[in-house]
Design a protein around this ligand. Structure first.
Ligand code: 13P
Ligand code: SF4
Length: 298
């Protein structure tokens, strides 16, 4: 499979981008593995005709929005993000109508239609920096993740109008599981994703994007680290830090959609040039403004 993927990648002048939660074997064949922000940035820099996006649909859509001239493929088009589907453009328009003058901000985990309704977009890796640019008296709508929204509210000491969306995978992490993991591995720092609920975030030592976790693991003196996010990231943490030990806080924290990309459907995607991610031009143009505004700040 790997030999065929390599051959097809050269023939098609393709680059393979993979999210940190992908299967280990998919991460290993990718040209670049990263978090949502790093992948969006990388998508603007690649010298290729084709981008094969291994991750979930909104990520591939973001790459397509940023690259109107390139072909963007997703190996399994059913790989969605349930959180991204928790708010529709129509619902956001209604909320905006109830708060005229408010800025609309979306987490990158949102559809292209929702991004098109927003002033700016954020990822977990840059949300604090981006949100800090709004004047203190500006009313702000934040969709769809209530937990990332409340995390940033806490960091910046502000109040946003939050949408009640959440990640079903991170919702499975509890403060009790952190206490149990700490008891089993005393002294090991606990990292969680800001998509976790408030009591879980408060029980942890660090709240970081997946890219932030990779950086922390590299730079920290800790030899043992507890990881409270989707378990796919353990592959990268372990291979980049051979002298350190990583334990999942909950080994059942799996995002089923992130696991839908396999070497088989990745090869098939390159072989048959499917499934193309196409965003209607008018929506893509409006969504691009929100994503580019974010990339310009962070
Ligand atoms: P990151 O941007 O931190 O990789 O997060 C993406 C995501 O979907 C987390 O569930
Ligand atoms: Fe969406 Fe959660 Fe999966 Fe991330 S882990 S892609 S937020 S469902």
């Amino acid at each position: 499979m790997k030999t065929e993927i390599d051959r097809l990648r050269r023939e098609r002048r393709a680059v393979i981008l993979a999210h940190n939660y992908c299967r280990a074997e998919v991460q290993d064949v990718a040209d670049f593995t990263g978090d949502s922000l790093e992948l969006a940035r990388r998508a603007t820099e690649v010298d290729a005709d084709v981008i094969v996006f291994c991750g979930v649909y909104f990520m591939a859509e973001t790459a397509a929005i940023l690259n109107p001239g390139k072909t963007v493929l997703i190996p399994d088009p059913t790989a969605g993000c349930p959180m991204a589907d928790m708010v529709t453009a129509e619902q956001l328009r209604e909320l905006k109508a109830r708060h005229p003058g408010a800025a609309a901000v979306c987490y990158v985990n949102s559809t292209a239609e929702v991004k098109a309704e927003c002033d700016i977009c954020v990822t977990s890796g840059n949300a604090e920096r981006v949100m800090a640019t709004f004047p203190a008296d500006r009313e702000i709508i934040f969709v769809p993740d209530q937990h990332l929204g409340s995390h940033i509210m806490g960091l910046l000491g502000r109040k946003y109008i939050l949408w009640p969306g959440y990640c079903p995978t991170h919702a499975a992490l509890s403060a009790k599981s952190i206490a149990d993991a700490r008891a089993a591995h005393p002294g090991a720092p606990v990292l969680v994703h800001p998509e976790c609920a408030r009591d879980v975030r408060e029980a942890a030592d660090e709240r970081l994007s997946t890219g932030g976790m990779c950086r922390y693991a590299r730079e920290s003196a800790a030899k043992e680290i507890l990881v409270g996010t989707e378990v796919g990231i353990l592959h990268r943490l372990r291979s980049e830090n051979p002298g350190k030990t990583f334990h999942p806080v909950n080994e059942r924290l799996v995002c089923p959609n992130m696991k839908k990309t396999t070497l088989e459907n990745l090869a098939e995607s390159l072989r048959e040039m499917k499934h193309r991610v196409v965003v209607p031009a008018d929506i893509a143009a409006r969504a691009r403004r929100a994503v580019e505004a974010m990339l310009a700040i962070a």
